[in-house]
Design a binder for this molecule. Structure first.
Ligand code: PEP
Length: 256
């Protein structure tokens, strides 16, 4: 059975300028002992404008945490005002890129086809997608959370090869739990994370599915992370609000 290294990723969303970002990363790195990073991988996903500063800090101080972006353009270059390409992110040393976050899907009308083209763009540039899926409250109340999340997963993986998909990170993020303080129960998280892994096994292979990390995201905090990552198919957390405070985030990491 594959041993999956836990991953905690902090999604800063549109918070923290580059100076605040540097201060936060310094505090996290100096709070967690070096050996901690052998057990759990820690990533931060700052706004684009902070990435160069985070890169300089991480490289300069040889920090063990990694970083990534919150979005990527499906295009290579050209007349796409406001977009950031995969090659730009790769040049900034990004390891990860979040794709398909519900706030992108809702606020920027990103359908599965767009998410799919961004996943492929990430792979073209050696970036690892953190692919976010998850249902809204109505879907959950109708009991269709698995169908919904699996359908988003399969839409995002259209024409993605097994070789590429083997490195993907999935994040199950029920929309009703994001930023609301209403965390899914560990059993809720396990149910959908397990179903996502099963869908990968069907589309690719059981071996591939066993190696892929599936995170849970939605109001994860230092106080509730342990019971969530104790679930068999949950391999870490995607953290929004609680990633903005160094003490809370470092404690959350330590409790993972
Ligand atoms: C997120 O936006 O990815 C998220 C999980 O947010 P929060 O932790 O604040 O619910």
């Amino acid at each position: 059975m594959a041993v999956r290294k836990l991953l905690v990723a902090g999604n800063w969303k549109m918070n923290l300028n580059h100076l605040e970002g540097i201060a936060l990363v310094q505090k996290i790195a100096f709070t967690l002992p070096d050996k901690y990073f052998d057990k759990v991988e820690v990533a931060v996903l700052p706004p684009f404008t902070d990435l160069r500063s985070v890169q300089t800090l991480v490289d300069g101080d040889k920090l063990k945490l990694v970083y990534g972006a919150q979005d990527v353009s499906p295009h290579e270059s050209g007349a796409y005002t406001g977009d950031i390409s995969g090659s730009m992110l790769a040049k900034l040393g990004c390891t990860y890129v979040a794709i398909g976050h519900s706030e992108r899907r809702d606020n920027h009308y990103e359908a599965d086809a767009v998410v799919n083209s961004k996943v492929k763009a990430a792979y073209r540039h050696g970036l690892t997608p953190i692919l976010c899926v998850g249902e809204g409250l109505e879907v959950r109340e109708a009991g269709n959370q698995i169908e919904h999340s699996v359908s988003q997963l399969l839409g995002a993986l259209e024409d993605v090869t097994a070789e590429q998909a083997a490195s993907i990170v999935l994040a199950y993020e029920p929309i009703w739990a994001i930023g609301t303080g209403r965390v899914a129960t560990p059993a809720d998280a396990q149910e959908v994370c397990g179903a996502l892994r099963a869908a990968l096994a069907t589309k690719y292979s059981a071996e591939l599915a066993e190696g892929v990390r599936v995170l849970y995201g939605g109001s994860v905090k230092a106080a509730n992370v342990a019971e969530i990552v104790a679930q068999a198919d949950v391999d870490g957390a995607l953290v929004g609000g609680a990633s903005l405070d160094a003490t809370e985030f470092a404690t959350l990491c330590a409790n993972t």
